[in-house]
Design a protein. Structure first.
Length: 201
């Protein structure tokens, strides 16, 4: 993967973009950029691996539906998270030509990447990049989603082996909505943070 060319392609599509060789360097950068504001994140193993909830909570108000504050349900947090100053997410797939792909079950994660925030960060490990949009979608459906379904202990065909998408009709299916960011949306500043390590699914 040509990092400079990939970054240039995201910039052509209106995104801010930054690159860090390690998750530690990326986490330090994000802690410098995000200070004294409200922050939310979708379920992301990339964000968890970087320890961002712990570090950002020290100097921001951080909302996560995985850890609802006392008196709030997970759904309460999902709704409140739609209007924080900053939203953090990863991507299930990305392209070297400058597109981002996500799949969601409830819709809160993909919804928050479209509207409601002053700043959105996509934090993406190097293994998630493909050279075509078709491959990025395939990756999201057949690599990321089965692993996430297995991690969440869902009763879906893909979770049994975490090998591929079976396009099931299970009520516990987590791939109900597909999101593609072709370009930066008008509604928020959006930055793609590329990390030169394999992170998340």
């Amino acid at each position: 993967m040509d990092i400079q060319k990939t970054m240039a392609n995201f910039e052509k599509h209106g995104f801010a973009v930054s690159y860090f060789a390690t998750k530690e360097a990326a986490a330090a950068y994000l802690n410098e950029q995000i200070d004294g504001v409200t922050v939310a994140a979708g379920g992301s193993m990339t964000i968890a691996a970087m320890g961002l909830q712990e570090s950002l909570s020290a100097h921001n108000t951080f909302l996560s539906h995985a850890n609802p504050p006392q008196g709030m349900t997970a759904d309460d947090v999902r709704r409140a998270a739609m209007t924080t100053d900053v939203y953090l997410t990863s991507a299930n797939g990305a392209t070297t030509s400058g597109e981002l792909v996500n799949i969601d079950g409830a819709g809160n994660r993909v919804g928050s990447t479209y509207f409601g925030h002053k700043k959105v960060y996509f934090i993406v490990g190097i293994q998630k990049f493909e050279d075509t949009l078709e491959k990025a979608i395939f990756r999201a459906r057949n690599i990321a989603s089965p692993k996430n379904a297995q991690r969440l202990h869902r009763k879906t065909p893909c979770a049994l082996k975490a090998d591929r998408c079976y396009d099931c009709n299970s009520p516990e299916r987590i791939c109900n909505g597909l999101s593609i960011h072709y370009r930066k949306l008008y509604s928020a500043d959006t930055e793609v943070v590329i990390i030169g390590e394999e992170l998340g699914y």
